[in-house]
Structures are given as C-alpha cells and as structure tokens.
Design a protein around this ligand. Structure first.
Ligand code: ARG
Length: 588
C-alpha cells in the first residue's frame, strides 16, 4: 500500500502542476505546528526563487486548486508562504479500512529478496548467562523479526563462545578433582562414557572456581592453557569432555533462551570454523595481505582518512594461536560459502566496536566478501542499575539472568494478585507473559546504543511508557471486543466509517502511520521505533476511549465503526508485539 504521506503528497503535487509549477514542490510533511494543522507543505517557499514570485502568491494559487480535493478538509495558504493542510475524515477512514484487509496492514517489504544473517546472543559456554547477555538476545531477536517482517530471509546464529580458555580451565580443574576419569588416561582407547561426569550446576561452580584459581596461580594458568592447546589440537579425551560440556551447557542455554522467547536457527560457535583457519591464513599470506610484525601475523586495516587510529588486525599470535579476530574472520568466510548472505548484522556490546571495525575492514581488503555485502555492527549500551552503575546483585556480584527475570516475575505476580481475583494458575501464567514483556519493552524502547537503567518498579508500572501500560491497553481493547460479542455483535463484520469524532480521527492517523514506521525500523534496524510508535498508538487509543462512549453508544452505526476501529488498533498493536518478541495476555 502507498504510504499516507505519499498519497497526500501526490495530491498536493498535482495541485502544484495544475497551477503551473513544478510538481516536485508539493512534498508534504507532518506539521510541526499540530495546533494549526495536521500536515504542511513548504514548496511555495522553495519555488519563489525559481518562479520570481512571492511565496504567498504561489501558495494561494495552489490552495485554490485544492479546495475541491477529496483528500483535504482544509488547505490554507499562510504568510509567508506555507500551506497548512487538514485531511478529510472520509479519506482517512478509507485508508485505514483498506489497511484492515491488506496483508501486513499494508506495510511494504523493502527486504524482499535479501538474505540476512543476524549474529546475536553470543553466550560463552559453561558460564551462566548474566544480565550482560540479556540485551543481545532481546535486541537481536527483535532485529531478526523486523527484517523478516520486511520480507527478508533471515537466519539467526547464536555464535557460541565455545573454544577459548574457559574450556581448558574446566578440563584442567576436572583433571585435579577426578584424575581417575578415562578422559585423562592417555592410554585409554575404549569408548568414553555417554553420560557427562558433571551436571550443569556443577559445571557452573567449576568454571568460576577454576577461573579464580588461574588468576592467583601462574602454574595453574599455564596448565589450563596447555589443556586448551591440547583440546584445540585434537586430544581425544579432551574432545570427548568438550562434547560433554557442550551438551550440558547448550541444553541449559536453550532453557534460558526459551523462557525469553529467543530462538536461533543456527547454534554454531567459534569451534565450528577452526578447520577453516589454516587455509584462510594461507590465503592472506599468499595474496600479500598478511605480514609478520613482532612475531605475530597481522593485516593493516588503517586508512588515510581515519580520524582515530585503527590498529592492524591480528590474525595469529606470536605463538601461532588463533584469536577472537581470527574466528570472526573465518566465520564470515563460512557464512559466505554456506549461506551467501547479502548482509550480516552483529548485535554485540558496543565496547566491541573496534574489533568489528577491524574485522569488517579486513574482510573487505582481503576480498572475502563481495563489495555489495553489507556488514553492520549494532552495538548496544550497558544495562545499569538504579545507581547508574552496571547492574549487580545486592552483594555486588554479577546478576544472573535467571534471578533477574525471577525478580521481575515476583513483582508482577504480586501486582496482579493484588489487583484482582484470578485463579492461581492464570495469575502465574499472566505474570510470566507480562514480566517478559516488561523486561523486553524496558530494553527495546531505548535506542540500542544508549545505556539504560533497569528499574523493576518502573518497568512493572502500568503508567507511563512501559510494556505493562501497552499490555493494559491491549487487554482493555480485548475486553471491550469480548463484551461486544457477548451483546451479540460481530467484530469481524464491523466496518470502519466516518463518525465525526475528533479523537477517532486522531486514532486513525496513528494507525495509518504503521507501514511507514515498520519500513523505517527495518532500514535503520531500530526496534525502538516500533516501541515509540506503539506508545503513541496506545495513547491515541486511550484518549479516544476516555472521550467516547463505545459499548453504550446509542447510534448503532457509530458503535460498529468504533468497534472496527479498535479491533484494527489491537491488530496493529499485536503486530508490533510480534516483531518486538512479546505478547499480551487475555486478561490482567
Ligand atoms: N562471546 C562473545 C562475548 O561474550 C560475543 C560474541 C559476539 N559475536 C561475534 N561474532 N563475535 O563477548
């Protein structure tokens, strides 16, 4: 469907043409003086020079042509030469009515034909998910859904951190605790046990213990590095242990991400591309891109016009070990070979910006991607506690994601149980749905790159710009529609119509902005735009709701039109929820 603003612009362009001026001057924008008009056109000002005429004269002639228009109820020229415009309710009503019967409410598909990989989540195996991992999962999931809504084929890849020192630390610690295990017997040639020698809770204790020991004890650290080296070079017993760590850990990660309604198409990790590294390094050397510098292998990625220093991209350390860079480079190679994406979007902490800048420059320079392959870094800011410092538990530790969600859930459950009588089961289910929405909206409504304050009281409040407020609004609409049905009305048959109600017209305008907003959210990969839109739409609805008798409306025609209008409002809000990755309950 054409955008509302496009249709309006077309009408004004036509009028410019009819009055003898260049049509392009008729571009319309939303008014920056909503007290005076809804839309405005400044084309007469721009045309004054070209036509050697006072802008107000041009504006007057164009306004004259617009008097008979089906689009505008008012088209007025004001000094020094603006066109102030108001649209007709019929025009708006027809537009939103068409939205209601059009796929995706008329939103276009600017991503059609594109294949996009979204790299997000990025947890490190064997370490518990903590709040730092929350943002990548939540934002990444929404980015994926926004791109999909825009018609693109999208593949989400979790890109597990599954190949580093943490694996060696666990293996070494285990070898001290249970030296009798066959994994540590070099002469063992039988089959290793199917069952892992640890549970997830044990694993979650082993890693931090080992990590702490390695920081205090140089020898311990060396041993762990040796274990990492052996693992990476294919030591059989260590590989078998690694498989166990992966199995136990991934099962737990899946549970956590399931609870967040975050899903990945690919569960690949750093370990998956290890075989590609030697060939890639060889290629970079052979083509003369990589050279030795102080024993390490590097590729220069600085450019003349750089305003800050971009250090060379290190491919191999002086001891020949691969680095974080190396894995990301090889992963791009693998994605180009196996998926051939048009675009890769990384949703990662913004403190890794330099790393990605180096990696992106390196793959371009070495021609590992096509010139038209887009590589985008969506860096997000830190989630802070109320004190403005990175979120911590009460005793100062890193907050585990699970506990954080638990706290929000408890608060939501308390509020729901306080507010109304609801069967226990339903109250629990509702609290779960609402708590998740509260957390996700609290995160997504901020521009990703900004830091934000995680405030449980604010996030779970039903007032203000919160997820809970939006869900309350949706639940309110659902309840009105249900009552209408109980009265024998058919929501499906109800048709949008002109009602001469100013707040209904405002609501229609808010609805009409959906398609343009969605396309823009895709182009700018900006979930916060969907949030802002949803909030405006909810406000427009609530304003309408407070001004208007709906169910008690005597005029049956109006009543039906209102029902159709709020049903459409709900439909659009549900669509927004869907792309943000949460949903509304039936009651609250
Ligand atoms: N595991 C990494 C970390 O915890 C994040 C991975 C981000 N994705 C990537 N392709 N490097 O910092």
């Amino acid at each position: 469907m054409k955008k509302l603003l496009e249709l309006i612009s077309e009408e004004v362009k036509k009028a410019f043409g009819e009055a003898g001026y260049e049509e392009e001057l008729g571009r319309v924008t939303v008014s920056n003086r909503p007290d005076l008009c809804e839309y405005q056109c400044n084309g007469a000002m721009a045309g004054a020079k070209k036509y050697h005429k006072a802008p107000i004269m041009i504006a007057n002639e164009v306004a004259e042509k617009l008097q008979e228009s089906n689009v505008f109820s008012a088209a007025e020229a004001v000094a020094p030469g603006f066109l102030n415009l108001k649209v007709k309710e019929e025009f708006l009503a027809d537009y939103v009515k068409e939205m209601g019967v059009t796929e995706k409410f008329g939103a276009g598909e600017p991503g059609k034909g594109r294949k996009i990989v979204v790299d997000y989540g990025g947890p490190n195996v064997a370490k518990p998910l903590h709040v730092g991992h929350l943002r990548s999962g939540i934002i990444g999931e929404s980015v994926k859904r926004i791109c999909r809504y825009a018609g693109a084929e999208v593949i989400g890849d979790i890109h597990l951190g599954d190949w580093g020192l943490q694996m060696g630390l666990i293996i070494y610690e285990l070898s001290l605790r249970q030296p009798e295990l066959p994994y540590f017997d070099e002469h063992f040639s039988g089959e290793y046990p199917k069952e892992a020698p640890f549970t997830i809770s044990e694993l979650e204790e082993i890693y931090p213990t080992a990590s702490a020991k390695s920081k205090e004890d140089e020898t311990y650290r060396e041993k762990a590095m040796e274990a990492t080296f052996k693992l990476q070079n294919g030591e059989r017993g260590y590989r078998a242990l690694w498989d166990h760590i992966m199995q136990v850990s991934v099962a737990d990660l899946k549970k956590n991400y399931d609870r967040l309604h975050v899903e990945f198409e690919l569960w690949k990790g750093e370990s998956d591309v290890q075989e590609l590294i030697p060939g890639m390094v060889e290629y970079m050397k052979r083509e003369g891109y990589a050279y030795e510098s102080e024993g390490a292998l590097v590729v220069d990625v600085a450019r003349e016009d750089d305003t800050k220093e971009i250090p060379p991209c290190m491919i191999l350390k002086s001891d020949g070990a691969a680095l974080y860079n190396t894995t990301d480079l090889a992963t791009i190679q693998e994605r180009m070979e196996e998926i051939e994406p048009d675009e890769i979007i990384y949703v990662v902490d913004k403190r890794q910006e330099l790393h990605f800048e180096q990696v992106f420059r390196c793959v371009r320079k070495t021609k590992m991607v096509k010139p038209e392959t887009a590589l985008r870094f969506l860096g997000f800011g830190t989630m802070n506690g109320k004190d403005g410092k990175p979120f911590k538990t009460r005793d100062g530790g890193v907050m585990r994601l699970q506990y954080l969600l638990e706290e929000v859930y408890d608060e939501m459950y308390r509020k729901i149980s306080e507010n109304r009588e609801m069967p226990e089961e339903e109250a629990k289910e509702t609290a779960e749905i609402v708590a998740l929405s509260a957390v996700k909206y609290g995160d997504l409504s901020n521009q990703a790159s900004k830091d934000y304050v995680f405030d449980i009281q604010r996030f779970t409040s039903s007032e203000g710009n919160t997820g809970v407020y939006l869900l309350y609004t949706m639940v309110r609409i659902k309840s009105i529609l249900n009552k209408y049905r109980e009265q024998g009305g058919s929501v499906e048959k109800a048709q949008i119509a002109v009602t001469e109600n100013e707040s209904a017209k405002e609501l229609m305008k808010a609805i009409a902005g959906f398609g343009a907003m969605m396309e823009n959210a895709y182009v700018e990969i900006a979930p916060h735009k969907v949030c802002a839109y949803m909030y405006d739409l909810a406000n427009a609805f609530n304003h309408f709701y407070h001004e208007t008798k709906i169910l008690t409306q005597e005029d049956e025609g109006k009543k039906e039109a209102y029902i159709a209008l709020i049903a459409l409002t709900l439909g659009v809000m549900e669509e927004c929820c869907q792309v943000l990755g949460f949903s509304a309950p039936e009651r609250m």
